[in-house]
Design a protein around this ligand. Structure first.
Ligand code: SF4
Length: 408
């Protein structure tokens, strides 16, 4: 989702054409440190490794690939990376070496199907806080840490809906019926600093999920318009084959095992005013940033789609509960309750008014509504014959209401 938001065309190169990006040293460095953290906290090992063992784990992992495979510019830069990794692990042991505690899980891979989406995520570390509450910790190894709300909310969504996480919690605490994320933390390994955030509110989570569904709809509909920005495009691995620069759709190799073709940089650069005019002419126009009215239109569409989805879900729930003969049913967090009522419908409104007038009851109702006719039918002062005539004017229709409330 992050890549689609950054640039849908980039997402298309990566996940539709399946062209992997070039190796990046910072990813290799981050993966190596994650590997060591997994080794340190591995729940399968009753005893925690010593600092020397943790450093050996780093060394082993590091030696598996060359500096080019890791994305370093030279063997010297690679050696500096390893040294920085050693410094971080040593400092980590200096701070926590005597107080290491096994978390609930480490590097937990979770695949979850929600609303027709298959979410695959890896939760770096989960700590159990008691009473079904958990803390999710995500290791960061870059220069700085930024709050990335979408990432945190995705973790919350996955953890609170994952049967595997619930199962782990229930092994410690069998009474727990549902898991709640209490804290989401980024742990910055280079500085040994933790940055914690409160769980996303129901409103935030709802809005976030609508955004995810919106992205999924766009992907399914094949919407991959490029979103060029100078800073993004300069560092984008697909720059040389991107339609924004080449002026034509990519038609090179695709599929499992394909690589970004090694082609010369295109002559056209939409961010460079000195680009030759012949190249500019054959260039596809760069989409402009959206205006506020366009953003508003998008939001209206998104809300409309969310309401349509809600209506669809309501109908499906009512139909299924009706079929099963249920009046009430529970999800893991919410309760659904059906209430049934009979509604009176007038076949012919004018005829109803004429009849009420003839029965000298019009003054009592003024306007014939369901409520006023029901009141007349229940009124002992209205004769049985008049009631029979009134009943002949209305049809009874069964109506089912669905109420969804938070389960206690
Ligand atoms: S070069 Fe720019 S527009 Fe093209 S895919 Fe990369 S980020 Fe998107």
């Amino acid at each position: 989702m992050g890549m689609y938001k950054e640039c849908p065309q980039k997402y298309k190169f990566r996940y539709v054409h399946m062209l992997p990006e070039l190796p990046k040293y910072y990813f290799a460095f981050g993966t190596a440190l994650h590997e060591v953290m997994e080794y340190i906290y591995n729940p399968a090992n009753p005893a925690f490794p010593t600092l020397q063992e943790a450093l050996a784990c780093l060394q082993n992992y590091w030696s598996k690939t060359s500096f080019e495979q890791k994305g370093y510019a030279s063997a010297e830069k690679e050696a500096q990376g390893l040294e920085e990794g050693r410094r971080i692990i040593t400092a980590y042991y200096g701070k926590y070496g005597n107080s290491l505690v096994h978390p609930l899980s480490v590097e937990m891979k979770s695949t979850l199907d929600i609303d027709g989406l298959s979410l695959v995520s890896i939760l770096d570390r989960i700590d159990y806080l008691g009473d079904g509450r958990i803390k999710i910790l995500d290791y960061k190894t870059g220069k700085t840490v930024q709050r990335e709300p979408d990432q945190l909310m995705m973790y919350q969504k996955v953890a609170e809906n994952s049967p595997a996480v619930l199962h782990l919690v229930q092994k410690l605490d069998p009474k727990v019926k549902e898991v709640k994320v209490q804290t989401l933390s980024f742990y910055h390994l280079p500085s040994l600093q933790e940055l914690s955030f409160e769980r996303g509110s129901d409103k935030e989570m709802y809005e976030f999920w609508q955004k995810v569904l919106g992205v999924a709809d766009n992907i399914r509909a094949g919407r991959f318009d490029p979103a060029p920005e100078e800073n993004k495009c300069r560092w984008c691995d697909y720059h040389n084959i991107c339609p924004v620069f080449t002026g034509k759709e990519y038609d090179g190799p695709s599929g499992w095992g394909a690589k970004i073709p090694d082609v010369p940089p295109p002559a056209y650069d939409p961010f460079n005013s000195k680009t030759p005019s012949s190249a500019v002419e054959r260039q596809a126009p760069v989409p402009a940033a959206k205006t506020e009215p366009e953003i508003l239109s998008d939001k209206i569409d998104r809300l409309g789609e969310a309401l349509q989805q809600e209506r669809r879900l309501r109908q499906e729930i009512i139909a299924l509960m009706d079929k099963l003969g249920y009046k009430r049913h529970f999800g893991s967090k919410f309760r659904a309750e059906l209430t049934q009522r009979m509604k009176l419908e007038f076949a012919d409104k004018q005829k109803t008014i004429d009849t009420l007038r003839a029965l000298q009851l019009l003054a009592k109702t003024l306007v014939p509504t369901q409520k006023s006719i029901e009141a007349l039918l229940a009124d002992p002062a209205v004769s049985a014959q008049a009631k029979t005539q009134l009943r002949a004017l209305v049809q009874e229709k069964k109506e089912i209401d669905l109420e969804i409330t938070e389960a206690e």
